[in-house]
Structure formats: structure tokens, C-alpha cells
Design a protein around this ligand. Sequence first.
Ligand SMILES: [Zn+2]
Ligand SMILES: [Zn+2]
Length: 342
Amino acid sequence: MKAVILSAFGAPDTLEIREVPTPSPAAGEVLVQVKAAGICHHDILHRAGKLPGARAGVVLGHETAGEVVAVGDGVITHRVGDPVVIYQRQFCGLCRNCLRGRQDMCRALGLPAVDTVGGYAEYVCVPAPMAIPVPRGLPWEAAALSCCPIGTSLRALRTLAGTSPGDTVLITGASGGLGMHQIQIVRALGARSIAVTSSPAKAAHLKSLGADEVIVAPDLKFGAQAWQLTGKQGVDIAIDNLGLSLPETLRSMAQGGTVVVLGNIDGQAVDVLPGLLIGRRIRVMGSGSGTLEDIRQALAMLACGQIRPVISATLPFNEIRRAHELLDTKAVEGRVIMQGWL
Ligand SMILES: [Zn+2]
Ligand SMILES: [Zn+2]
């Protein structure tokens, strides 16, 4: 089969298409023919050698949807022809975290976020529990995005923050892959969104996705406007997709508000005022990828049209270097999806 190998850390031209043996499913595994694979910012960091613990010589890609084409011995949950999306990292299914439904916190199988079963290939072989059933008829590109950008966002907004009808939700980094899906989830949950972006050119797109308010703040000073837009009450919930915006996010919070931090784009420390947390009784949580249950719910919301995948380009795998260049130069509004081979 053909696969894209990360030959070394560096620029997009380190991604090489090679012929490699097609894997065959061992007991308990399924072989999936890849139908669509999303490109994540994580892949860009991995390729550039900026992801701690990551290796070169691997196949990248953790946003993979496809069709089961073979099952190993003992697999009773899947059949040939089933559409599936692959959970974004390996989990053991046996540790304390897995048994309480927190596959995202499994530490049994290598480094999370680094050990990917790469989807930049014609086929991928995974343990059957990692292949999550997809509602029939859902487009492959929608299924591919159900785990990473959408499941992650649904976990933060619904499972953790408990977004409810009538809540006001602030979203920083709203024009990124997470933010553009979060705007839609907030609307689906009956809440009101205030989307923060750095670029005036992106404001109209955020409105078209359903943002109730858009704040353009290239300097990340959005607290005063958020305060104004809420009648000086502050926002009930905030999703911080940047990390460096956290001090301003905290200033935007209502009494008893909840902040979920999903992003850490420059990796720097930020100033947090303990008095502000205490005075406003603010709850701050960190989160990451969704659990199997979050992804099942994300797929259901995609299937009924409450969330639409935001895709800026679909390219064949042969153009993987160009796809990575698009992300490197930030020339995208939405996910880039790889589909098919020339
Ligand atoms: Zn991703
Ligand atoms: Zn586990």
C-alpha cells in the first residue's frame, strides 16, 4: 500500500510517499481502508520536530475515517463494510482511567498525543475498540473530524462546562479548527456565543457559522468588550483555545463562571490573579481529546446536521506537501482533508 512517511523532522518536503507492506489484522484488530484524513496542527508540530517525545520515520495523521475491509480473529463488534472513525490515540481499555470511560487519560500505551496510528496511508490496522461506528451516510470528511476538532470541543463545552440554554459562552481563537466548530455546538446547545478573533477578515465567516457576537482583538484585549456585551455581568463559560489569552479570559468571567483551557499555542507561562479566581468563584479546567462517548455524541450531532464540518480544502494524498504548506502559511479557514490517491 501507499503511505506518507515522515522521513525526518523539518519542512513539508520531509513527507515522502512510499510503498510499504499492507498490514493484516491480528486477533482483536480491524483493517480499515482510509477514506478521509484530516490534517491537524498537531501534525504540523510533529513534522517540524516541535512535539516533545515524537519520533520521525512514522505515518502521521490522527483524524481518520474509513471502511472496515477485514477483521481479525475474535472480533465480534465489527463487520466488513462498516464505516468507522478511528479514535485519535491508542488506549488499553483495562486501566483505571479506561474502565471509568476516560480513554483520553489512558497512560498504558506510550505517550499520549505522540503515538498515533497514522491515517496518511491507504490502510490502517487498529484494535477494534478504537474503530468507532459512524452513522451510515455521513460523509467521510465529516466522520474524520468527529474525533479531534469536534469531539474535543463537545467534551469541553457539554461534558465539562455543562453549557445549557441561555448561557453566554466566550470562545478565544474562534477562527481556528476548534473554534469554528465550538460556535456551532454552542448554538446547538441553545447558548449564546461571543467569538474572539484577531482578524477583521474572519469576522463575517464566524457570523455565518452562527456566532452571536464577534470581537476582533488583534492585541487580545477583549475583556472590556466581553463585559459590555454581557451587560457588565461577564460570560458564564469560556473556552480558551490559545492559552496566552487566559488572563483576559479570566477578566471576562461572570461570578461562578467556568473556564476550559484547550490551547497552549506559544507554550509560555501567563499571569493569573488568585484574587480574581477567589472573588468571582471561577472554576478553571484543562481538557483535551474527547472520550469514546463524547465522539459518539459528536457523530450524532453531525448526522442530524447540528454541526457541519468546516473544511477549507480537500486534496489527494499525493499533494500532502502542499496541504502541509497551506497550514504552515495559515492559508486556511477550516480543516484540510486528504482523500484518495492519484
Ligand atoms: Zn487533531
Ligand atoms: Zn487504559
